[in-house]
Design a protein around this ligand. Structure first.
Ligand code: CTP
Ligand code: CA
Length: 225
């Protein structure tokens, strides 16, 4: 096949991709959030559609145009993301969790705006754990052979942390990014290593998020065959 020509190797497949970052509300006007732009998840959705897949993109707080030919489901919090991912994953051949999920959410939601008081220091914010969506999807694979993919951003001991995380989550593939001050968040380019539960290690050189997305789908397609 000529370079640049997309092979429809995902035709007849249904894939689910989560993108963006969850926001956990404190009150009607404030939230705890993260800096994920959603660009990597959208690149995954676009490239899967180009390779013939039916794509459900679950977008958490992104400000990007809907990719053509992709079903987009919009969510806000981790709990909403979990609901949407589990529903879509039920019939899917592959689930890719590119979204940045808040590990914790405020223990209480104030129905009215939180006000400061002149004579009082602020209260600390109590947090509770959010569900681990990736681990749940991997543990309860909706169909045998469903391929489950996670993403991890690490600052230190990138490969060792990645291996341990892959095992802990029980997924088939884990895309590990090294993050730092100016790396990854909101950037157009990315550099990563894709770790496989089979012990494989696929380096992806610095390049556009599309290139990383294509490598992820190559590895998913191998495992679906
Ligand atoms: N993830 C998830 N649900 C969560 C947290 C994370 O599904 N509550 C998914 C992310 O979408 C990502 C993968 O798990 O695909 C790894 O996320 P990461 O934050 O690196 O993993 P954690 O287990 O939360 O580890 P850490 O303590 O390093 O944040
Ligand atoms: Ca986390």
């Amino acid at each position: 096949l000529a370079r640049g020509v997309t092979e429809p190797d995902l035709a007849g497949r249904h894939v689910v991709v989560s993108a963006g970052g969850t926001r956990e509300p404190l009150d009607p006007v404030r939230f705890l959030g993260n800096r994920s732009s959603g660009k990597q998840g959208y690149a995954l959705a676009r490239t899967a559609a180009a390779r013939g897949a039916r794509v459900t993109l679950i977008a958490a707080n992104t400000a990007l145009p809907d990719p053509a030919g992709v079903d987009v489901v919009r969510v806000g919090t981790a709990v909403e993301l979990r609901e949407a991912v589990l529903r879509a994953a039920a019939g899917a051949d592959a689930v890719v969790m590119a979204a940045a999920v808040a590990d914790f959410r405020p223990a209480v939601y104030a129905a009215g705006k939180i006000k400061k008081k002149d004579d009082q220091d602020p209260e600390p914010i109590a947090l509770v754990r959010n569900p681990d969506i990736l681990a749940e999807v991997a543990a309860g694979r909706a169909r045998p052979g469903q391929v489950v993919v996670g993403f991890a951003a690490e600052t230190d001991d990138v490969l060792a942390n990645g291996r341990a995380k892959l095992k802990r989550k029980g997924c088939d593939l884990l895309v590990v990014n090294e993050v730092g001050e100016r790396k990854t968040f909101g950037a157009e380019e990315n550099e990563a290593v894709v770790l496989g539960a089979d012990g494989s290690e696929t380096p992806v050189p610095h390049g556009p998020k599309e290139a990383l997305a294509e490598t992820v789908w190559d590895l998913v397609a191998d495992r679906l065959r």
